[in-house]
Design a protein around this ligand. Structure first.
Ligand code: ZN
Ligand code: FE
Length: 253
């Protein structure tokens, strides 16, 4: 199995999973890069996975479905034209053409119905967990997004994390403000700067790395509690409060 990032718009990745002559795409905001890749590699689309309803994740569905009338999986709690296999938390998805099985993890916060797709070793998490950061809260509450991220952070450390945007460098620069002394983060930031200078993605990340470098997964760290409390202007008493203050600070930063 190979997993390929197809760049779209200014900073989206449409993840394409291929095995044999078959492929699955996650969050095709634009059909053009997907159709081009399928044609150039003589692949047939087997299914589409959708994490949430935003246009940069679903916009390519009509054009893709016109060419490939395949099953489209997506969150039951969001009305998305084209989704014909609605999913709830802990549902299973199996895509026989690729010998792939996913478990659905409900991760509300960025949107209320947002779901992630997990198969051992791989997590497709849309706009919930980013490398070094997390999604903005558009529909949910900070407590919801914090709980969603805790669930993802509890997956095995080696799990590869396929986020839907290339936001790593700005995220890590914010992380530096939130937690100035973090040697692992500094080393990783230098590596990501080299990757971006070479025009390469910084993704996938991994759950283990995110636990080390991502301030939004480190809200229990005393150093982060301190900086977040300073920003909030009052003492923060627990990880959910630290998370809410960090998210608020990042919106302003
Ligand atoms: Zn989004
Ligand atoms: Fe997005």
């Amino acid at each position: 199995m190979q997993i390929i990032p197809l760049p779209a718009f200014s900073d989206n990745y449409i993840w394409l999973i291929r095995e044999g002559r078959h492929a699955v795409v996650v969050d095709p905001g634009d059909a053009a890069p997907v159709l081009e890749y399928l044609q150039n590699n003589a692949l047939r689309l087997a299914a589409v996975l959708i994490t949430h309803h935003h246009a940069d994740h679903v916009g390519g569905l009509p054009a893709l479905l016109a060419e490939y009338p395949v099953p489209v999986y997506g969150p039951r709690r969001e009305a998305i034209a084209g989704v014909d296999r609605p999913l709830d938390d802990r549902d299973h998805v199996s895509i026989e053409e690729l010998g792939l099985a996913f478990e659905v993890i409900a991760v509300p916060g960025h949107t209320l119905g947002h779901i992630a797709y997990y198969t051992p070793g791989h997590l497709f998490c849309g706009d919930t967990l980013f490398c070094g950061g997390c999604g903005r809260i558009f529909e949910g509450t900070p407590a919801q997004l914090h709980a969603s991220l805790e669930r993802l952070a509890a997956l095995p450390a080696e799990t590869q994390v396929y986020c839907a945007h290339e936001y790593t460098l700005p995220n890590l620069r914010f992380a530096r403000l939130a937690e100035p002394a973090n040697a692992a983060r500094e080393a990783f930031l230098a590596e990501c700067e080299r990757l971006r200078d070479a025009g390469r993605p910084t993704l996938p990340s991994s759950v283990g790395r995110e636990r080390q470098i991502n301030p939004f997964l480190r809200c229990s760290e005393p150093a982060i509690r301190t900086t977040a409390s300073e920003q909030a202007g009052h003492p923060l008493n627990n990880a959910p409060e630290v998370f809410a203050a960090l998210r608020e600070w990042k919106n302003r930063a």
